[in-house]
Design a protein around this ligand. Structure first.
Ligand code: MN
Length: 254
């Protein structure tokens, strides 16, 4: 089995710049989405620096959790050493695809990983956000959470502290699975049932990614939107363009 991937990032309709970033790297079998935050485009620096560090550490042979710890250190050190970058941070939802179709997800923040299997969409990650914690504690309903003004307040990010707590999730994939990694610019604009319908109804992953971005923009595009769709296909399935993937404009350069 292998993954066929489509990824898109879009500035949205409100923000002046795109502080999201993604990476798809065949050599380290890495897929990742990062949503940076910080004033004066520092968020852009944070998300790109985290993904670059992650990719470099994985290429150097580190495990995913070790590489994320290093990515945290890189962003934290840069933020501490440059006054214009102070306070910057980034979410990270990263996945490594193993030989045995075992996916390992490393996650910090409120970007998300979802799995569409047999037509059902399931959120794999838990948001590290104020609102998600209130829902988990029974102090807020899911419906109330959707309209809560604290929605974008996250409780964990890379670069904020010298230490970071990482969620690690193993997922055994099967042929036909469709994975989605996305930033909150998608999930704050579209409900899960709408995302599920778009994921189910569009077999072409490039088109599905496009539909999700257009859907989020159609709903207001209040934030940067990043979507990465990975279809689990059999080895004999040819993936158009897979031999020479073009570097997306917002992908960090190695
Ligand atoms: Mn965002």
């Amino acid at each position: 089995m292998k993954l066929a991937i489509a990824a898109l990032t879009d500035v949205g309709r409100v923000r002046p710049a795109n502080e999201d970033a993604f990476v798809v790297d065949a050599s380290t079998r890495l897929l990742a989405v990062a949503d940076g935050m910080g004033g004066h485009q520092a968020g852009e620096v944070a998300s790109a620096a985290a993904l670059n560090a992650l990719q470099a550490r994985l290429a150097g042979g580190q495990r995913l959790d070790e590489a994320i710890v290093e990515a945290n250190r890189v962003v934290f050190t840069r933020a501490a050493s440059d006054v214009t970058l102070r306070g910057m941070g980034t979410t990270l939802t990263a996945a490594i695809y193993g030989e045995d179709a075992m996916l390992t997800i490393g996650h910090v923040g409120d970007s998300r990983a979802y799995l569409l299997r047999n037509g059902e969409l399931r959120q794999l990650t838990v948001d590290h956000s104020v609102v998600a914690e209130l829902v988990a504690a029974g102090q807020l309903s899911e419906d109330e959470a959707e309209a809560d003004p604290r929605r974008s307040m996250i409780t964990r990010a890379l670069g904020i502290d010298a230490e970071v707590e990482i969620d690690l999730l193993p997922v055994q994939l099967v042929t036909g699975d469709r994975l989605l990694l996305c930033s909150d610019g998608l999930t704050t604009m579209l409900r899960d049932d709408v995302i599920a319908e778009m994921m189910r109804n569009e077999p072409e992953r490039e088109q599905a990614a496009q539909s999700l971005v257009e859907g989020a923009n159609g709903a207001g595009g209040a934030d940067n939107i990043t979507v990465l769709i990975a279809d689990v296909v059999d080895d004999d399935v040819e993936i158009p363009g897979a031999a020479a993937p073009a570097a997306p404009p917002d992908s960090p350069q190695p």
